[in-house]
Design a protein around this ligand. Structure first.
Ligand SMILES: NC(=O)c1ccc[n+]([C@@H]2O[C@H](COP(=O)([O-])OP(=O)(O)OC[C@H]3O[C@@H](n4cnc5c(N)ncnc54)[C@H](OP(=O)(O)O)[C@@H]3O)[C@@H](O)[C@H]2O)c1
Length: 280
């Protein structure tokens, strides 16, 4: 089958709802072994069961990860590498949109910890197995909101000023900068790294917003539509060597001018390393 993932191992973070759930379903349908990397394992087991029944794919696993907790991220990566000889596709999908400024237990602001630092650490910890499995792929789920984002190193976690849309947009610019930086660092190693905006999609992402704003989501597209470009990036043979690119749904396109700033990217990488600690 074209784009078949038989024999491939994929990790999806945040597969318990919305876009991640439909991405996991799409990968399962293509025959992949899918690791459901969930914050809530009970929810994860229920979704796993539903997708296994729907797709007929029994090779679906549930594992715990809390991206806001570096200890949990490290434990997940260590367990994964102890039990899986290969990793073909890592999909950093989990994300938050938080109306009020919230801090994770380690004191890091939630957009920065879940949308940026968690995926940064997870990806870096898994690079050995991704390299050993080359050709392999990393897909970061970004957003077109990055166009209104800006990296302010004096307000990286909204400590001086917090506006939720700004914090979310900044985090999506940051994961895009880190996508490009990692693609540069892994050039020639057989591991591709890309970022995708899934579209404006009807999901639980908007549940934390004030009630009036939540109604917006009923005008948005289905989670299945949002998952389609991610599944394509994970499986399309013609994209095997494509790296360091930004996709707006199915179309490769230019991202914001700031996202291409290599100095900002390198500085952000160092800031993340300092906060997350070493990956080796
Ligand atoms: N929906 C849109 O319009 C849209 C547009 C552009 C980009 N995106 C991006 O698409 C991605 C998926 O979001 P969605 O729209 O599908 O939202 P969603 O339905 O709210 O799903 C978010 C997922 O992330 C998980 N998650 C949240 N915090 C976590 C943590 N600390 N550790 C591990 N997992 C955590 C959630 O787990 P729980 O079930 O435990 O809460 C859930 O599975 C996000 O990166 C989002 O920014 C969405």
């Amino acid at each position: 089958m074209r784009g078949s993932l038989e024999g491939r191992v994929c990790i999806v973070t945040g597969p318990t709802s919305g876009i991640g759930r439909e991405t996991a379903r799409g990968l399962a349908r293509l025959g992949a072994r899918v690791v459901f990397a969930c914050r809530n394992e009970i929810k994860g087991a229920a979704v796993r069961g539903e997708i296994a029944a729907d797709t007929g794919n029994p090779n679906l696993e549930v594992a715990h990860i809390d991206l806001a907790d570096p200890v949990s991220v490290r434990a997940f990566a260590a367990d994964f590498q102890a039990t899986h000889p290969r990793l073909d596709v890592l999909i950093n999908n989990a994300g938050v949109l938080a109306f009020r400024r919230r801090l994770a237990p380690n004191g890091v602001e939630s957009h920065f910890s879940v949308n940026v630092l968690g995926p940064f650490l997870l990806t870096n910890l898994l690079i050995p197995v991704l390299e050993a499995s080359a050709p392999s792929r990393v897909i970061n789920v970004g957003s077109a909101t990055h166009f209104s984002g800006h990296v302010d190193f004096d307000n990286l976690q909204g400590e001086r000023e917090y506006r939720f849309i700004r914090a979310y947009s900044n985090s999506k610019l940051e994961i895009l900068l880190l996508t490009y930086e990692l693609a540069r660092r892994l050039d020639g190693q057989g591991v591709t790294v890309n970022c995708v905006h899934p579209g404006a999609i009807r999901t639980g992402l908007y549940n934390g917003l004030p009630v009036a704003a939540r109604f917006v989501k009923f005008f948005l597209r289905s989670p299945k539509t949002g998952a389609a470009p991610i599944v394509r990036l994970a499986s399309a043979p013609e994209l095997q060597h494509v790296s360091g690119r930004y996709f707006d749904r199915l179309r490769e396109t230019r991202s914001s001018p700031e996202s291409y700033d290599v100095e900002v990217a390198a500085r952000l990488w160092s800031a993340c390393e300092a906060l997350a600690g070493p990956a080796n």
